[in-house]
Design a protein around this ligand. Structure first.
Ligand code: FAD
Length: 405
């Protein structure tokens, strides 16, 4: 039987193992991860876990016993160093060499760092894995002041969790609004207002020039206008970089991530890649894109398990994502590529609304705040491509069921 080796024991790699066994693959599987933990969920690291509402065990994708029962060769705290495609081997950081018939690269992404003075001070943090989250949790608490560099989803979640733990939070963002890269101005404004009402401070249009410190420990963030924002810790959340170096060194096609096809196969037919590390086709949008989300990791894990076990590939999914801040449940479906019109439905001031992005009469994305029916119906409409009546959509007296009919 084919020997499967999976590099990266994160959400994608761990899910691929589970789907392979679920789909009946009984052959040898080796799962290699450079963290000391079996695959776990990252989203709670900035949300429930950070606030103390979830423990480490509850983060695991599968209990430790699963890997024993399912006869998975799980190797932790060891990294993959090099892939030899001709010999079909992977060299590991502990000196071992493993053979594969089919290789799955699921190495995810890492936090982007700021190449500025003071970046190595104690208290300058990032948030990508459980070890980062432990450090962050010990750094914040009542009476502490947390600076969050970067007003993206993770940054805002950390600011909200910081408030929940009694710390002061200040968000420092280079753009004129938070979520500038991912959300429309209406949604950015809503989130900023909501955070301000919870006591979060904002520095917008603010370039970060340096971290300043005393005796090796951070005391503040210096902005390009010379001001220093005092803090006890700073979390840098300015995006993620795909861990695609070993794939590139092995000659696989890269383009800001490992290029894969609709079955998650790379330019080498014996090698698949899944999760945050990939640049993948989005059939619904007719373009290539790199997604960073749990639903994407799961979808591609299913694709790879289907391809390996000879199952029919599942139908393409509408990309989606979520974020939790305070009592706000944000759900996003689709991506607003080429959208030419925005329709807002519901009540922004009541924190229950949805922003629909249309391209002509077609829905391409929806951002729903505490509005699951809008999210669900919107996701369906994006998937089936039915034309949408914008007037009905804007009128919340007309049910989403009728809009989607
Ligand atoms: P990862 O889960 O990052 O796993 C990759 C693994 O491979 C890591 O353990 C890494 O250490 C390991 N690795 C890397 N290189 C090597 C190597 N050479 N050898 C061995 N191992 C290696 N998504 C959502 O949909 N909703 C959310 O609310 C949400 N919130 C998030 C909050 C935070 C704080 C973070 C960090 C992410 C969040 N995400 C969220 C994104 C989501 O967690 C990722 O999209 C998902 O984890 C991607 O899975 P992956 O397996 O591709 O990568």
């Amino acid at each position: 039987e084919a020997r499967i080796v999976i590099l990266g024991a994160g959400h994608a790699g761990g899910s691929a193992v589970a789907f392979l066994r679920q789909y009946g693959f009984a052959g040898p599987i080796t799962l290699i991860g450079d963290e000391p933990h079996a695959p776990y969920q990252r989203p709670p690291l900035s949300k429930a876990w950070l606030k103390g509402e979830a423990d480490a065990n509850s983060l695991l994708l599968k209990p430790a016993a699963f890997y024993v029962e399912q006869n998975i060769d799980l190797r932790l705290s060891v990294g993959a160093k090099a892939i030899d495609r001709a010999a079909k081997t992977v060299t590991l950081s502990d000196g071992n060499v493993v053979d594969y018939d089919v290789l799955v690269i699921a190495t995810g992404a890492r936090a982007r760092r700021l190449p500025i003075p003071g970046a190595d001070l104690y208290g300058v943090l990032e948030l990508r894995n459980a070890a980062d989250a432990e450090k962050l949790k010990t750094a914040i608490g009542p009476g502490k002041r947390l600076a969050v560099v970067g007003g993206g989803y993770v940054g805002l979640e950390v600011a909200a969790s910081g408030r929940a733990l009694g710390a002061a939070s200040v968000v420092i963002e280079r753009e004129a609004r938070v979520l500038a890269r991912v959300a429309c101005p209406a949604l950015s404004g809503f989130f900023q207002d909501y955070h301000q009402a919870q006591g979060v401070e904002f520095e917008l249009n603010a370039g970060v020039e340096a971290f300043v410190g005393d005796e090796g420990k951070i005391t503040g963030v210096r902005l390009s206008d010379g001001r220093v924002i005092a803090c006890d810790a700073a979390v840098v959340g300015v995006g993620a970089i795909p861990n695609d170096e070993i794939a590139g060194a092995a000659g696989l096609a890269l383009d800001g991530g490992i290029v894969v096809d609709e079955n998650a196969r790379t330019s080498d037919p014996a090698i698949f890649a899944i999760g945050d590390v990939t640049r993948r086709p989005l059939p619904l949008y007719n373009r290539m894109h790199r997604l960073e989300s749990v639903p994407n990791a799961l979808e591609q894990a299913k694709l790879v398990a289907s391809a390996i076990t000879g199952r029919k590939a599942p139908a393409p999914e509408v990309p989606w994502f979520w974020s939790d801040q305070y009592d706000l449940k944000l759900q996003i479906a689709g991506i607003p590529f080429d959208a030419d019109r925005i329709v807002i439905r519901g009540k922004v001031e009541a924190a229950k609304f949805a922003v629909f992005h249309l391209k002509g009469s077609q829905l391409v994305a929806v951002e729903a705040v505490n509005a699951p029916p809008e999210f669900m119906a919107g996701k369906m409409l994006i998937g089936n491509g039915k034309p949408v009546d914008a007037d009905k959509l804007a009128n919340d007296a007309v049910s989403m069921k009728e809009v989607a009919a």
